[in-house]
Structure formats: structure tokens, C-alpha cells
Ligand binder design. Structure first.
Ligand SMILES: Nc1ncnc2c1ncn2[C@@H]1O[C@H](COP(=O)(O)OP(=O)(O)OP(=O)(O)O)[C@@H](O)[C@H]1O
Ligand SMILES: [Mg+2]
Length: 403
């Protein structure tokens, strides 16, 4: 199975050296309203990488989080929708950006409105027109992030690793976001029906059959695209040079095994049967035993032949960076644009050689990376190649240095 929309344009990223000034995907202007500590903030950016430095609690991560809402999902903090609304503000929040993309300038806006019943609803606008859902964002912009919380990605449960892989997939297959949300919606509906049934209200069997058919079809498509992505990442990681370790990835789970063992249609049928057979057990647990929502992403340090979870903290960080860079390189080559890279405190665990190599690679890729840190000296090698902002008390102001 091939990922939709991957027709290679073979537009090469600029060779390493000074920034070419032509990052094909970049934020030209970012506006935050009532977003966490920001009452109102506007940043004007060139296509080059952006460095945000400032003391603890000044608002650096909040800016990256605002950018992370420009792609489908719940942002890099994975908080409830209303959480970023500034305390003391009007109750909602908004993030807007003017983007440079390979197909021209695009205005993207997102935020929430509070409904009369107290619930929050996410709004998305693209070029001024309301979009039907967040999935539409994946058509326009892609972003990948690494945060200090992800230092535990390999220790914690599989949900974070699945989300990490899915975000990488969004960049190659924008339809993946819509497929995932349809799958998750069907999962919730099925559980609701099964619980009602267990409570004595029989569910319409045709309705359950229909939901399970949707789950099987979407579920296998999700697993197949993830498997495809993992293969591509492995190829890209194997070709990488430089000080970052080569990562060896695998998508693991029942559906992945079925896909590896035979045609996708057979896997779909097996998933449909497994769902039908587990109705009673699923009604009891309120979950769903089988499907790609249970899959995992395994990452190994190739040279050491060691599971990432057993590597040192710095090695784990370096492995994650290696994967993100491999993805960005592949996208720059195949799609003509590397994703926005939101790198929160990445310098913290990297030695100097790796830190400098990371900066050089970002510049060579022509990626607009957003880098944060409390110590601006860590970013000195980027002087003249990045735009620097000082962040303090919820205000980000351009620094003259390095511009
Ligand atoms: N909803 C909110 N309303 C107002 N302020 C908030 C809200 N959520 C978080 N904040 C505040 O935003 C401030 C900045 O947080 P942020 O995580 O961006 O800091 P930071 O610059 O990344 O700091 P560090 O260097 O410690 O990581 C914090 O002091 C936090 O209390
Ligand atoms: Mg922070």
C-alpha cells in the first residue's frame, strides 16, 4: 500500500551552509490572543529558524504550543481544549498564522468558542473560510515537535508513541487525520452501544455491524499507512550521516501482524471478525480489545541493537531527533518542504557536537525550526542564520543580535 499524495517532486533541500532564505514552509506572521500567558502577541518571522530564549516561566513553550495547534490534534501539551484560555481573559483563545507554503501564502486560524452549555468547540479557518474540521489543517501545514515531556516517550505507555508516529504520517498523508478521527468516533459509538446493551437496552445489530465494518476498513488503512511510514523512516535513517544514532523502527500489534502475513483485505476481515467476537468482553471493559488504537511503535538504537527504553537519556533524545530529522529530510526531498520543527529545550541533553550538528542540519534542510532555551549562548552558532526573540513575562520581542 502506498501513502496517498506522495508524488515526489524531488525538489532538493539547499546544500548545507548559510541559510538559503527559501524554507518552502514557514510561518511569516504568528498572532496569539488570550493564549495562556499571552493577552496579545504578534511575531513577524522570516523563513529562517527562530530561537526563543528567556527565563523559566516566560512563555517560550506556550509559543510552541500555539504553533502546534496549527495542525490537527490537541497540541503539544495534550490538554483539554479550554485549558490554553488565558486566566483572566475572555474565556476563549485564538492562534492565527500567515504561512508561506510551496503553493503560496495561506492564512490559518484556530481557537475555541465557548458554547452556551459551557462546552468548548474548536474552530478552524483557512484563508478566512470556516473549515469542516481540524483534519483540513493537515492539507496546509505540518509540524513535528519534541518536548521535554517526550523524554519519557520510550518509558511511558504506547499512546504517546502512536501519536508521535501519527504526526509524522500527517505530513505524508493529510487524509490520515480524518481517517483517525472517523475511527475514534466509531470506537466511541460502538462502546456506547455495547454498554447500553449490557444495561438492558438492546442495540440494533445492523448498526453495530456497520460500525465494526467502518472500524475494520479505517483501522486497517491506519495500520497500513503507519507501516509504510515506518519503512520509509527506516530507509531514511539508514542513509543518514552525522553524529545522531541510526534508529530502527517497527510498528507492532495484531493488525500489523495480519498485514505482514497477507493481503489488506484479509486483515480487514480478521479485524471485523475479532470485533464481532469481542462484543461481550468489550461491553464489560468499556474498551475495544483489538485494533490500531492498541498498536505500538518500537524504536531501537541500531548500532547498539538496544531498545530505546534502555538507552541513556541523551541517547534517547538523540534517537528521537534522528527520526525527526530523517522525516524532515525525506519530506524536503519528496514534497518540497520540511515540516515546521518545534524543538522545546532540545539543547538540554545534547553534547556540543550534536547540538551544532543539529543546527547545521536544520539550516541545510531549509526547515523553519522553532528552538527554545533559557540560555541564549547555546544558540550562538545560529547567529546570522536564525531570527532571535527574547521572551519575558508573556512578551516576545525581537533581538537585534543575529538578525
Ligand atoms: N491558561 C493560562 N493562563 C495564564 N497563564 C498561563 C496559562 N497556562 C500557563 N500559564 C503560564 O504561562 C507561563 C509560561 O509558561 P511556559 O511553559 O511557556 O514557560 P517557559 O518559558 O517555557 O518556561 P520554562 O523555561 O520553565 O520551560 C507560566 O508561568 C504559566 O503559569
Ligand atoms: Mg518551557
Amino acid at each position: 500500500m502506498t501513502i496517498q499524495g506522495t508524488s515526489p517532486t524531488m525538489q532538493r533541500p539547499p546544500a548545507s551552509g548559510a541559510f538559503s532564505g527559501t524554507a518552502p514552509l514557514s510561518v511569516a506572521r504568528l498572532t496569539l490572543s488570550d493564549f495562556r500567558c499571552y493577552a496579545f502577541q504578534r511575531l513577524e518571522c522570516g523563513p529562517e529558524p527562530v530561537v526563543l530564549s528567556g527565563p523559566n516561566g516566560s512563555g517560550k513553550t506556550n509559543l510552541l504550543e500555539a504553533l502546534s495547534f496549527l495542525v490537527p490534534g490537541r497540541g503539544l501539551r495534550q490538554t483539554p481544549l479550554g485549558d490554553p484560555a488565558r486566566s483572566g481573559g475572555r474565556g476563549g483563545w485564538a492562534v492565527a498564522a500567515h504561512l508561506r507554503t510551496p503553493s503560496g501564502g495561506v492564512d490559518v486560524g484556530t481557537g475555541i468558542e465557548r458554547l452556551p452549555d459551557g462546552r468548548d468547540r474548536r474552530l478552524v479557518r483557512i484563508d478566512g473560510a470556516p473549515a469542516r474540521g481540524q483534519a483540513a489543517l493537515a492539507q496546509v501545514v505540518s509540524a513535528v515537535w519534541l518536548t521535554p515531556q517526550m523524554d519519557r516517550l520510550f518509558q511511558d505507555g504506547p499512546a504517546g508513541r502512536r501519536r508521535f508516529l501519527d504526526r509524522l504520517v500527517f505530513g505524508f498523508d493529510p487524509a490520515h487525520a480524518g481517517r483517525l478521527s472517523a475511527y475514534e468516533h466509531a470506537l466511541r459509538e460502538r462502546v456506547r452501544l455495547l454498554r447500553e446493551q449490557a444495561g438492558g437496552r438492546p442495540a440494533d445489530p445492523a448498526w453495530l455491524d456497520g460500525l465494526e465494518a467502518t472500524l475494520a476498513e479505517r483501522g486497517i488503512a491506519i495500520a497500513a499507512v503507519r507501516r509504510d511510514m515506518v519503512e520509509r523512516l527506516n530507509d531514511a535513517c539508514a542513509l543518514a550521516a552525522g553524529p545522531f544514532p541510526k534508529a530502527d523502527l517497527a510498528a507492532l500489534g495484531d493488525v500489523e501482524d495480519w498485514l505482514a502475513g497477507g493481503p489488506a483485505l484479509d486483515a480487514e476481515e480478521r479485524l471485523r471478525t475479532a470485533l464481532a467476537d469481542s462484543r461481550r468482553a468489550d461491553a464489560e471493559t468499556g474498551g475495544t480489545r483489538t485494533g490500531p488504537h492498541r498498536s505500538d511503535l518500537r524504536v531501537r538504537h541500531a548500532a547498539k541493537n538496544l531498545d530505546a527504553a534502555r538507552c541513556s537519556t541523551g541517547e534517547q533524545k538523540a534517537l528521537l531527533i534522528a527520526v525527526v530529522l530523517a522525516d524532515a529530510r525525506m519530506r524536503a526531498l519528496e514534497r518540497g518542504a520540511a515540516p515546521l520543527l518545534l524543538l522545546d529545550e532540545v539543547g538540554a541533553h545534547l553534547d556540543e557536537t550534536r547540538r551544532h550538528a543539529l543546527f547545521d542540519e536544520i539550516v541545510a534542510l531549509g526547515a523553519q525550526a522553532w528552538l527554545t532555551g533559557t540560555d541564549p549562548r547555546l544558540f550562538a552558532p545560529l547567529a546570522g542564520r536564525a531570527r532571535f526573540f527574547h521572551v519575558e513575562d508573556g512578551v516576545a520581542a525581537p533581538e537585534e543580535r543575529g538578525r
